[in-house]
Design a protein around this ligand. Structure first.
Ligand code: ADP
Length: 344
């Protein structure tokens, strides 16, 4: 993240932290107030209900024994009532003190998932703004410099071409953001359709071969025939496209991509392996994070990707109740393995 966005995100985070700290204390006070009220009500009920019972019990005992005086009886009842009152005060005060000590902890526990979500949202907003700012800056500075002096028709064409590339980049970013947003809101339900995944995958690989050849990368595939699965076809196409594109973009000249797919234990197991630059083991745990990019300097793509491709892959696999794993060796290549159940 560039400094200005980092500063902004840190400032927003610190403001939110203050708000959360205030909210935690408020919630602690509400919790303590609530427990105090409950203890008071229960004590009043006990004090209203129990003394008449004590009197009745005492009367009953005296009638059976037939000996003690009425002063003695009143004294015993009075003593018992007082003892009950003292016990209630001690028990309630102890409960209240213990609860006061733990209430802050409960309040923090209640609010921490919301705080975590807010932090992620702030980070996400900062990253999105940063990603949009880069093409906008290129467009602005390019337009300003082209207006400053006259140019040849070829220079204008070049400028328009570069501007279109930046616009395309913003288009891709907004499209990916909208897709991720859609995935998060499960209420926008999508239809699972029984699909011949072997045909779908073969078709996608064949469409991809010219893109790979342009970058001197060879693609080979071994797909088990007629594998039928309940899937969301458009989402699975997107998933394979993202994996195949990465396998090309992060490959080396004269590299290869091998795609295999077979059914096993009621699952489709699909592997997209490449002989590309590979991913360091310390980076692997982050690559499915939104906007995470390892090293764009070594890729074929001019500006690198958006860092959302694998986050989308992860969401699609999750929506299909599947799983995805990565095996990679820096400098040798990577293999992404997907397991998707045949029946949802
Ligand atoms: P991007 O749009 O940058 O490609 P992705 O989410 O698809 O974003 O990938 C995240 C990062 O993971 C990439 O920046 C890249 O560094 C790394 N990566 C993804 N696929 C591969 C691969 N097949 N080989 C090496 N690195 C990869």
């Amino acid at each position: 993240m560039i400094p200005i966005f980092k500063q902004f995100a840190e400032r927003v985070t610190s403001l939110r932290q203050n708000e959360f700290s205030r909210a935690t204390w408020n919630l602690t006070a509400y919790y303590i107030g609530g427990v105090f009220l409950l203890l008071t009500i229960s004590s009043v009920i006990i004090l209203l209900l129990v003394p008449p019972d004590i009197s009745r019990l005492s009367e009953h005992l005296l009638q059976n024994e037939g000996g003690a005086t009425s002063t003695h009886q009143e004294f015993s009842v009075y003593e018992l009532n007082e003892h009950l009152f003292e016990v209630l005060i001690i028990v309630n005060t102890s409960i209240l003190i213990i609860f006061m000590m733990s209430a802050y902890f409960f309040a923090r526990k209640t609010l921490s998932p919301i705080e975590e979500m807010q932090k992620k949202q702030t980070q996400f907003m900062g990253d999105t703004a940063h990603e949009l700012r880069t093409p906008l800056t290129v467009l602005k500075s390019g337009s300003e410099s082209i207006l400053r002096q006259s140019h040849t028709p070829d220079e204008y064409i070049l400028f328009i071409r570069e501007s279109l590339e930046e616009i395309e980049r913003m288009n891709k970013l907004t499209d990916e953001l909208l897709f991720l947003l859609q995935q998060e809101h499960s209420s926008i339900s999508k239809t699972f359709i029984e699909t011949n995944i072997s045909t779908l995958l073969t078709h996608e690989i064949e469409k991809f071969i010219p893109y790979a050849h342009e970058r001197h990368v060879t693609v080979s595939h071994t797909i088990e025939q007629n594998m039928l699965a309940q899937i969301i076809p458009d989402d699975c196409i997107r998933l394979f496209k993202n994996l195949l594109k990465n396998a090309v973009d992060y490959n080396v000249p004269n590299g290869t991509i091998t795609v295999t797919a077979h059914s096993s234990n009621n699952h489709i197991v699909c592997t997209v392996a490449d002989t590309g630059i590979g991913i360091a083991s310390s980076e692997i745990k982050h690559i499915f994070d939104r906007f995470y990019k390892v090293n764009t300097a070594r890729t074929h793509t001019k500006h690198g990707g958006t860092g959302l491709g694998l986050a989308i892959v992860y969401e699609i696999v999750k929506n299909h109740s599947g799983s995805i794993t990565v095996e990679s060796t820096l400098g040798s290549g990577s293999a992404f393995v997907i397991h998707i159940p045949l029946h949802q």
